[in-house]
Design a protein around this ligand. Structure first.
Ligand code: NI
Length: 217
């Protein structure tokens, strides 16, 4: 199997696993991250696109029904899939590094070492902000039963990983607690540029939201 066939088979597999999921981690999230990753990679000729694409396609594999607090399950699941496709060991290790380190849980420091991983991480974060990020935030809040907004609940900043996992909040607060902070965490210059525009768009949206909430517009 050549590299393109491996990527296509992986995309088909992930599409089957993730289709129809309603909390914002569905196949189309993976699809957008895959596209974002390819877009960012255009400015980074040293990046190995095969690793970038497989990392993007497999980055949320742990979120598919397996998760029981085992943070290595994603990497193991990805490794098994790629081994079955006959992918070489060093490529598998590179993809597993991405899958194991992609996610942001608040307060943690970035363990992503490879440029391919930094690209995938940026691509994933881009999908959390901007117009798409707004849609996903409210879809996720609906799935969790959270309020859209409650002015009596203040945003909680500087949370530890444990507090972040436990805390119940509103979706508007989620912008302040996480999404508006992502702008400073991008690794690559090309993602930073895209992120700035998406960030400004979210801020405009929040200004509009609060103005409408208060009956000012
Ligand atoms: Ni993701």
């Amino acid at each position: 199997m050549n590299n393109n066939e491996i990527i296509q088979k992986t995309a088909d597999h992930i599409k089957t696993l993730f289709s129809g999921e309603g909390s914002g981690h569905d196949w189309w999230h993976i699809f957008r991250v895959w596209n974002n990753a390819k877009l960012i990679s255009k400015d980074i000729p040293d990046a190995n696109l095969f690793i970038v694409e497989l990392g993007a396609l497999l980055h949320d594999i742990a979120d598919y029904k397996f998760h029981n607090g085992d943070e290595t399950i994603g990497g193991k699941t990805a490794a098994k899939w790629l081994t079955d496709l006959g992918v070489d060991e060093s490529s598998i290790n590179a993809v597993v590094h991405i899958v194991d380190n992609v996610s942001y849980k608040g307060g943690g420091k970035n363990m992503m070492k490879s440029i391919e991983g930094k690209i995938v991480q940026d691509a994933d974060r881009l999908d959390a902000i901007g117009a798409i990020g707004i849609a996903r935030t409210f879809a996720y809040g609906g799935a969790k039963g959270n309020e859209i907004y409650n002015p009596d609940i203040a945003p909680k900043l500087n949370m530890s990983k444990e507090e972040y996992k436990k805390s119940k909040s509103t979706q508007i607060n989620h912008f302040h607690e996480k999404l508006l902070l992502l702008k400073d965490l991008f690794n690559t210059d090309s993602a930073k540029k895209i992120a700035q525009h998406r960030h400004d768009y979210m801020k405009d949206y929040l200004d509009e939201f609060i103005a409408e909430w208060n009956g000012e517009k």
